[in-house]
Design a protein around this ligand. Structure first.
Ligand SMILES: NC(=O)c1ccc[n+]([C@@H]2O[C@H](COP(=O)([O-])OP(=O)(O)OC[C@H]3O[C@@H](n4cnc5c(N)ncnc54)[C@H](OP(=O)(O)O)[C@@H]3O)[C@@H](O)[C@H]2O)c1
Length: 298
């Protein structure tokens, strides 16, 4: 491991939207920031832009497609070839993949679950020894309050192993909420497994960020609705505010030793009994190990 003056952070999906704002804040807090993202041109542009905002920012990018196990393994190989320590991993990429039909990752998993949960599960596990060697270190998984039954709009989460690949039905919002519940189970179970290692694992909700949702809208009217109308709602957050919520968990001294929390607006919340179900978290962990073939080849 190279000796580095700076603390090293890797963030997935850090080249646009909320992720861009988090990356800029990490750089200005003195981290060497690695953008692990699909689009290398977007990452190069983001690095250039952050350098203008934060003179002397220390950043680089590594290609990563979370919808491909092969790409995740290549990303980790490149990271290892650089011989850096790793003090902070932010599992931020992903989101809701809108549509009436399910789409699938390279390895045949439903895209929302495959990207938001499984991709980050594999990435984190492949980086665990780096995090442990660099301790004290932290893993932050970006989830959403939408995993809480009855919170927000639309149908409730319904995590069903027999419908993980949309065998029975597909609803983009249900699959999104399920993946965000999986993020929480993963963050808590990881924290239990890291007990005594001086690596903590927490989950964060960045808040409802209309400016980021607006970017993905096809119609001009929808973009206007999110940018001009929803952004003025008292419960809305700007990308900058959302990034501050994530940075808080990345830098507050409390979370150097405290893990297993779900943090929203810098407060720990606990509203979903299902998210604390130890057996369900362990079941998902064990299944994810099999799906990612982690037991056979690390
Ligand atoms: N926006 C909200 O109101 C809100 C609320 C609660 C939680 N969140 C959470 O915040 C995070 C970001 O949401 P967002 O609204 O900022 O979404 P976004 O603007 O769509 O950003 C998503 C990021 O994920 C990346 N990504 C998507 N698929 C990927 C893949 N297969 N491999 C690597 N990167 C991939 C995208 O990269 P590309 O540029 O390559 O597409 C992009 O950088 C998500 O975890 C979401 O669940 C958002």
């Amino acid at each position: 491991m190279k000796s580095m003056q700076q603390r090293v952070a890797m963030i997935t999906g850090g080249n646009s939207g909320i992720g861009f704002a988090i990356s800029a804040k990490l750089a200005s807090s003195g981290f060497h920031v690695i953008l692990a993202s699909r689009n290398q041109q977007k990452s190069a542009d983001a690095i250039q832009q952050i350098n203008r905002l934060v003179p002397g920012a220390s950043m680089e990018s590594i290609p990563l497609d979370l919808a491909s196990f092969d790409s995740i393994r290549k990303c980790v190989d490149i990271f290892h070839s650089r011989q850096y320590p790793l003090h902070l991993l932010i599992n931020h990429a992903g989101g809701l993949f809108p549509g009436k039909q399910a789409s699938f990752t390279r390895d045949g998993f439903e895209m929302t679950f495959g990207t938001n949960h499984l991709g980050h599960f594999l990435l984190t596990n492949l980086l665990l020894s780096d995090l442990k060697r660099s301790a004290p270190s932290r893993v932050i998984t970006v989830s959403s309050r939408l995993h809480i039954p009855g919170y927000g709009y639309g149908p409730r989460p319904n995590f069903d192993y027999e419908n993980l690949k949309a065998e029975k039905y597909y609803n983009d919002m249900v699959f999104y909420k399920n993946s965000k519940l999986a993020n929480i189970w993963f963050a808590y179970e990881l924290n239990r497994q890291l007990n005594g290692s001086r690596v903590t694992s927490n989950a964060v909700c960045p808040g409802f960020v209309p400016e980021s949702i607006a970017e993905k809208q096809k119609s001009r009217l929808s973009r206007w609705f999110y940018r001009e109308f929803m952004a003025r709602m008292p419960f809305a957050r700007s990308a900058d505010e959302a990034a501050s919520s994530v940075l808080f968990v990345a830098t507050d001294p409390r979370y150097e030793t405290v893990g297993g929390k779900f943090i929203v607006d810098q407060k720990e919340i606990n509203f979903s009994p299902e998210s604390y179900d130890l057996e369900k978290a362990q079941q998902l962990w064990d299944a994810s190990v099999q799906w990612c073939q982690l037991s056979e080849r690390q």
